[in-house]
Write a protein that binds this ligand. Structure first.
Ligand SMILES: [Zn+2]
Length: 361
């Protein structure tokens, strides 16, 4: 009989589980059905299993990266439910996001009688974690980072079910040594860092600028920095707006970095388009260092440059490390956990390193 007092809850990944695939989780709470994110695979355009979605009451967006919002182009196929996203995500997003309804970056709303709570996730401009249905519901971490320089982070809330960004598996290294290494490289010659302006790129600019290393920013980085600075209230960490403004003001022309030393931050992060695509060819030809800071797809230009030995990979943390996952589990105290965005083999290894994780979930 007690069961009757526990609100009904089910969670089903339509993508994002068992492999590094786009984010899309179907959560049903007390008869209301929500999609948490609707991403696409950036390299291939692959969409989640939307034929299994059924009726959807609302789509809740954690942040504006393609693997979390790219699938919104297929909104028609699930009956055009309302989409909710934070003001910053809407401002930086494409058409389907611009007309989305408001999801606060730190607050609560009700959708169909179900309580939706959010807090900032430290990962990208306007990025949030989302709790659906209060303590008896689901906490979805979105992508999150506790090492961010610019984007604020709020401690998440307890929930019965945790869907967590486990994309780094058991990786547990701090960001700082990587920053030091890249700063040393950039202080002895030009260094190309293909990167995502709507995320780590602006954080890198601040780190290098504060180490007195000349930085060059592509137009895409400057445009996004200006947008973020225009309405940063509640999104950026304390003093972060001043730090970002200083970095943007200090940015120099590419030719100056190219002919002496410094860091060139150019979109996109895998050098498949934008200025980084052009610069990659120049740098490889001149045997100048190129570092990719997010894991590239094997068949991408980045993957090939790395495989050939002319470019290298050094992770710039924007996702949780093992210690962050342990910390989050302590806070959320879930009965069940879904370790998202991680290959099957990595899931087993991670479980072995999370001793309090319940088995069979
Ligand atoms: Zn992301």
């Amino acid at each position: 009989m007690l069961d009757l007092l526990i609100p009904s809850l089910s969670v089903r990944p339509l993508a994002g589980y068992g492999e590094k695939s786009p984010a899309c989780f179907l959560v049903e709470f007390e008869g209301r059905r929500f999609l948490l994110d609707l991403g696409e695979e950036p390299a291939t355009g692959r969409l989640p299993e939307l034929s299994e979605a059924g009726h959807i009451d609302a789509v809740l967006i954690s942040h504006g990266h393609a693997d979390h919002v790219g699938g919104l182009r297929a909104l028609d196929s699930i009956g055009n439910p309302p989409v909710f996203a934070s003001a910053m995500v809407r401002a930086l997003g494409d058409a389907p996001l611009r007309s989305a309804r408001d999801l606060p970056v730190r607050g609560r709303i009700k959708i169909g009688g179900v309580e939706i709570e959010t807090g900032r996730s430290g990962h990208a401009p306007g990025a949030v974690w989302i709790r659906v249905g209060g303590p008896a519901g689901v906490l979805y971490s979105g992508d999150f980072s506790r090492e961010g320089t610019l984007y604020a982070f709020d401690a998440p809330l307890p929930a019965r079910y945790l869907i967590v960004d486990a994309s780094y598996g058991t990786y547990d290294e701090p960001l700082e040594p990587t920053v030091d290494m890249l700063a040393r490289m950039a202080s002895s010659g030009p260094l190309l860092l293909p990167t995502q302006p709507n995320g780590r790129g602006l954080e890198m600019a601040v780190h290098f600028d504060e180490r007195n290393i000349p930085i060059a920013l592509c137009d895409n980085h400057i445009a996004i920095a200006r947008r973020v600075l225009k309405s940063h209230q509640g999104v950026l960490d304390d003093n972060a707006a001043e730090r970002l403004s200083a970095a943007v003001a200090a940015a120099v022309d590419y030719t100056r970095v190219e002919s002496s030393y410094g860091a060139m931050l150019a979109a996109d992060g895998s050098a498949a388009s934008g200025l980084s695509e052009t610069l990659l060819a120049t740098f490889l030809e001149r045997r100048l260092p190129v570092i990719f800071t997010s894991t590239p797809a094997e068949k991408s230009a980045a993957g090939q440059a790395i495989a050939s030995g002319y470019a290298h990979f050094a992770r710039w943390n924007v996702h949780p490390r093992l210690r962050d996952l342990r910390w989050l589990i302590e806070i959320v105290q879930p009965e069940k956990i879904l370790l998202a965005f991680l290959a099957e083999s990595g899931i087993d290894k991670l479980r072995d390193n999370l001793p309090i994780l319940p088995r069979g979930t």
